[in-house]
Design a protein around this ligand. Sequence first.
Ligand SMILES: [Zn+2]
Length: 255
Amino acid sequence: MTVQGNILVAGTLLVAPFIGSFIGTLVEDLPRGRLLARRRSRCDACATPLGPADLVPLASFLLRRGRCAHCGAAIPRKLLLIELAVLLLAVVIAVLDPAGPLVPLDFAFAATLLALALIDLDCLRLPDALTLPLLLAGLAATALRQPEALGAHAAGAALGYLGFTGLRLLWRRLRGIDALGAGDAKLLAAGAAWLPPAALPWAVVIAGLAGLAGLAGFAVWSVLRAEAGSVGLMQQRLPFGPALAFGLLMMRLAT
Ligand SMILES: [Zn+2]
């Protein structure tokens, strides 16, 4: 392992919890159009301004035992879980690529996919504000590292976008419903910018299987909560973004 590789891996692991903290704010604020307008700078319960120590991810939560130091109100667990998930992503990526050169890139890809998946789960949207920069970053990374592959990646992105959009319009015509969102096509295109074209079909297959597994899990959960009857499982709108993000990440890490 080179010194440079070590620095890249260590830097990614150090930065990961802060990225997690940022993603926690992003997934709350981006769909609601208040990005950067509201900093997580006060306790939600008593409005006491948070000190610098309260803004250190993970450590502050442990230090305060999950409660506001001033009023004792519980700090939302969701933020802690997101910070842990992002750190876990960084650890897995570092373990898979101990030499290090691609760790920061893979981590940036994975963290953006996680943010997209969480937003899609929350409000059935994949914001352009994330998918389009992800597409451009993927093309830029390919242009820098493998300029000879740029054409193939760009073609993959165009084909992926057109393929999903075609399916969406066809299904709408045949069945009158949107089985895929417009954001799913953009996410697939963004993934294609990062993946070798041959990996793209596999990413879609993994996404389909993950989607089915998610659907089965949702069905079981609905039955357990006895909610399926009234709403009708097949009428539920379920996000495909998390499954697609999973498929893209698996293929990125496998190739
Ligand atoms: Zn408080």
